[in-house]
Design a protein around this ligand. Structure first.
Ligand code: PMP
Length: 346
């Protein structure tokens, strides 16, 4: 007879239901109460576990996937990791087409999770047959029984958050949430979560975080897709040079833009002050909160939920590398804390 053992059957049971954690120190000087939904607690260390699992299980429900089928996506980031992890557990092959801009660390990480990685030239346009978009499309067409996740243009992306992240936040705050502040990349997180929350209480303010160099804020305000807004920036996962159909602009009240430099310092500060080792965009979202506070957005009755999308371990050679920070000129300003010197004892 099987004995009662309190174990999960597999990692997938741990996706979602992430903790909501009160921010004590980083928000100490701000008016209101601030809580972080810490998505780094997912087994794949980011919010992308939710969408990868939801989209894959939806494909299973629709009979599109069988044992040994192939799952394809264009990503070197968190979504790739989540798909690779889920593919291992469910017995699928995972192919990821990534840009040659992706760091070697990221490519090694995906390969160590069993993914087959195609590295495609970064300097070609999206419709060039060598681009990672076109390579993924072609692999999907050529591989029988494959699915293409296509997170920027897949409605199931925001639906995953509508069904999980939104209800979790509503329950965890007992309905007392007044503001949601979240990054927008594909827009899936903010759109799905905000749609659910606004259905419960239409007065909840929803603020999206965008990057300088991205088109989202201007598109939201004017309806214009302005390519003049586009220039390179360093934060990964936030903002975009196209308009994703996965974003529901109607449920977002306002966008706010943040800089690479301030976001990097703020992420490091969250780690140092809260003991929460978070990624670059968590710094971006907290930086946005600071800007919103200056604009008079909050008062003592505000209950603000911010989403911290991923874990700091993904950024060891970026924001958590003093050398990288120095190379970007991020220590040049007088107002920033100098990095700690490493002491080598003899
Ligand atoms: N932060 C990070 C680190 C991400 O990888 C992403 C996803 N691109 C986001 C924020 C934004 O989430 P979403 O795509 O759901 O808008």
């Amino acid at each position: 007879m099987e004995q009662k053992i309190n174990a999960c059957n597999n990692l997938l049971e741990l996706v979602g239901n992430t903790p909501l954690i009160k921010l004590n120190k980083i928000a100490a000087n701000l008016e209101g109460n601030f809580y972080a939904k810490v998505e780094g607690f997912n087994p794949g260390h980011s919010s992308k576990d939710r969408i990868a699992l939801y989209i894959i299980e939806e494909a299973e429900r629709r009979g599109l996937l069988k044992k040994g089928s192939t799952i394809i996506e264009t990503t070197s980031g968190n979504t790739g990791f989540s798909i690779a992890m889920i593919s291992i557990i469910k017995g699928y092959d995972c192919i990821l087409a990534v840009s040659s801009k992706s760091s070697k660390d990221k490519i090694d990480m995906l390969r160590s999770m069993g993914a087959k990685v195609y590295v495609c030239p970064a300097h070609v346009s999206a419709d060039d047959p060598r681009s990672y978009y076109e390579v993924a499309k072609r692999l999907h067409e050529e591989t029988e029984g494959s699915i293409y996740i296509n997170q920027y243009f897949n409605d199931l992306n925001s639906e995953a958050h509508y069904k999980s992240t939104g209800p979790e936040i509503w329950q965890q705050t007992n309905g007392h949430i007044t503001h949601l502040v979240a990054c927008s990349g594909t827009g899936g997180t903010i759109s799905g979560t905000a749609k659910y929350l606004k259905e419960q209480n239409p007065n909840i303010r929803v603020i999206g975080v965008d990057a300088f160099g991205s088109v989202l804020k201007k598109y939201h305000e004017t309806g214009e897709f302005d390519t003049k807004e586009i220039y390179p920036y360093r934060i990964e996962g936030l903002g975009k040079n196209l308009i994703p159909t996965a974003t529901n602009f109607e449920v977002i009240d306002e966008f706010i833009k943040v800089t690479d430099e301030e976001s990097a310092h703020t992420a490091r500060e969250i780690s140092r002050t809260e003991g929460l080792f978070v990624g670059y965009t968590s710094g971006a979202v907290m930086q946005a909160v600071r800007q919103l506070e200056e604009m008079g957005e909050f008062n003592e009755n505000s209950n603000v939920v911010v989403i911290f999308p991923d874990h700091g371990s993904r950024y060891m050679s970026k924001i958590y590398s003093d050398q990288w920070m120095a190379d970007q000129g991020f220590f040049d300003s007088k107002n920033v804390e100098e990095p700690q010197k490493i002491e080598f004892l003899k």
